[in-house]
Design a protein around this ligand. Sequence first.
Ligand SMILES: Nc1ncnc2c1ncn2[C@@H]1O[C@H](COP(=O)(O)OP(=O)(O)OP(=O)(O)O)[C@@H](O)[C@H]1O
Length: 241
Amino acid sequence: MARITERPPVGKVEDLASLPELNENILLEELRTRYKQNNIYTYVGDILVSVNPFKTILGLYSSAQQSTYKGKARSDCPPHIFAIADTCYAQMLDSENHQCCLISGESGAGKTEATKLIMSHLMELCSKKFIDSSLRDANLEQKIVKVNGLLEAFGNAQTVMNDNSSRFGKYIQLKFIKGAVIGAKINEYLLEKSRVVSQAPGEQNFHIFNALFAGLEAEDKKRFKLNNPDDFCYLSNGDKV
Ligand SMILES: Nc1ncnc2c1ncn2[C@@H]1O[C@H](COP(=O)(O)OP(=O)(O)OP(=O)(O)O)[C@@H](O)[C@H]1O
């Protein structure tokens, strides 16, 4: 994109790297203004900055939106997490090289949600590319999208920063042949194991323990003596013995 010599109206620029001048104040002013207009995504060169809206923005992740980003040049559509997934997929097919997305931010910034959106869009791209092909495994695509729920049950917990905080790091590898996904591997690291026996005030144990109480039939709860989570020391911040 050509560099702009005069600063355009605040909040209108989709790639801040194209501004004539960029410093911390300008960056924050642009992001703040765009955020107020429900534009949570902004590029800074190759980086996509995402500001967590903590609310549903209607249509932002709809299937119509997924179609909009499919196979488009980055400059043709507003900044979006789907554009990142789309670029990765296209570059993988073009270059036949590995691609990597790094997602970082403080707790509650929206990394887990961004990861799920990227994976879901990648699976959508596979499904559309191989609509009639024997290479495609629709069942596997679904499993890859849904596996996060299972991981979150065992590795996520409520903290003071985030009701669904990932208490581990994830390195997810998706494997493709000719654009069709053929497998996925997830390496977890730095799982906060100590949370099982001790949680900070106002925080919870891993979701799976509470899910047991919510999901078990009454008969099984009685059999396993799992009547009330508050009766258990590990589920009540040590208030109970
Ligand atoms: N794109 C989004 N649109 C709407 N709400 C969002 C979005 N991203 C995140 N959120 C909200 O913010 C919450 C925290 O996001 P998320 O769990 O992804 O943060 P995180 O960066 O992974 O945090 P942690 O490092 O603690 O795991 C989500 O549960 C959701 O309510």
